[in-house]
Design a protein around this ligand. Structure first.
Ligand SMILES: [Zn+2]
Ligand SMILES: [Zn+2]
Length: 238
C-alpha cells in the first residue's frame, strides 16, 4: 500500500518515460521504463536456441554450426534477447549512461532465462580496474547484484582481470579470441574467503555474448581451478 503510494507520488514528481520511444509510463505499466509497444519489439530468445551457445533460430534438439566446430569450457550460455534495436539500447543506457534504473526491468526480462538461477553462484565478468574506474562501475556486477536479490542466489567475484585488453567491440572473431585469452585469473583472496564448493553451479554473468571468447576465457580459468559446472547467462546474444 505504502509502496504503491510512494510510486504514485514519485511518478507525479518525476514522470517515467519509455527508454525506447519516450512515451510517459503510468503506474499500470508492468515495466518501469519500457512501454508495451516497445516491449513487443524485443527479439526474445525463448524457443529454438542453441543449447550450447544460446544462438537464436536453431532447430530444437541440435547445436548450431559454430558449436559443432568448437569445444567450450562452459556447459552452456543462455541469452535473454538478440542484441539489436531496443535490446541494444538498454545495454548502452546501462553501460554508457549509468542506467542503473533499468536494472529492475532487466530482471523482469530475464524471468524465463533465470528459472534455475536460485541454486547458482553468480560470478560477474570483471572489468580491468582502469576501465571500471573510468566507468565508475562494472555493468556485470550490477546485473549480478540485482539478479541475486530477485532470485536469492549468491554473488561471488571469483575472477579478476590480470591484464588490460582492448575493447572487443569492432574486432573480428579471431582477434577477439586472441585479445581476451589469458586476461583473467582466479581471485585467490575471494576464493579463500568465500569457500565456494567446487561442485556448485557457477553462472558467469555478462551483458553481451558475441563469439563467446570472453566467457570462454573466464570459464577456462574456473575449470582449471576445479569448478565442475560452469555456465553463462548474458543479457544479449550478438
Ligand atoms: Zn516505448
Ligand atoms: Zn551454438
Amino acid at each position: 500500500m505504502m509502496r504503491g503510494m510512494g510510486r504514485q507520488l514519485l511518478d507525479s514528481l518525476f514522470p517515467r518515460a519509455c527508454v525506447g520511444c519516450g512515451s510517459a509510463l503510468g503506474k499500470e505499466s508492468a515495466y518501469d521504463y519500457i512501454c508495451p509497444d516497445c516491449l513487443r519489439e524485443i527479439d526474445w530468445i525463448r524457443n529454438h536456441f542453441c543449447p550450447r551457445c544460446g544462438a537464436p533460430d536453431v532447430e530444437n534438439g541440435t547445436i548450431c554450426d559454430e558449436c559443432g566446430k568448437k569445444t567450450f569450457s562452459f556447459r552452456r550460455n543462455r541469452s535473454i534477447y538478440v542484441y539489436s534495436g531496443l535490446g541494444r539500447r538498454i545495454i548502452h543506457e546501462l553501460k554508457y549512461r549509468n542506467g542503473r534504473h533499468l536494472l529492475p526491468d532487466i530482471g523482469r526480462m530475464g524471468r524465463e532465462a533465470c528459472l534455475d538461477l536460485h541454486a547458482a553462484v553468480l560470478v560477474p565478468v570483471p572489468l580491468h580496474w582502469w576501465r571500471q574506474w573510468l566507468r565508475g562501475f562494472n555493468q556485470s556486477e550490477l546485473i549480478c547484484g540485482h539478479l541475486a536479490k530477485i532470485y536469492g542466489c549468491e554473488v561471488c567475484p571469483l575472477l579478476r582481470r590480470s591484464r588490460h585488453t582492448r575493447r572487443q567491440f569492432g574486432l573480428g572473431s579471431r582477434a577477439r579470441w586472441k585479445n581476451v585469452g589469458n586476461a583473467f585469473q582466479i581471485n585467490g583472496r575471494i576464493l579463500r574467503k568465500m569457500k565456494v564448493a567446487k561442485d556448485r553451479k557457477i553462472t558467469l554473468v555478462d551483458d553481451i555474448f558475441t563469439t563467446g571468447a570472453t566467457i570462454e576465457a573466464c570459464a577456462k580459468v574456473l575449470a582449471a581451478a576445479g569448478f565442475e559446472h560452469v555456465e553463462a547467462l548474458t543479457l544479449a546474444r550478438a
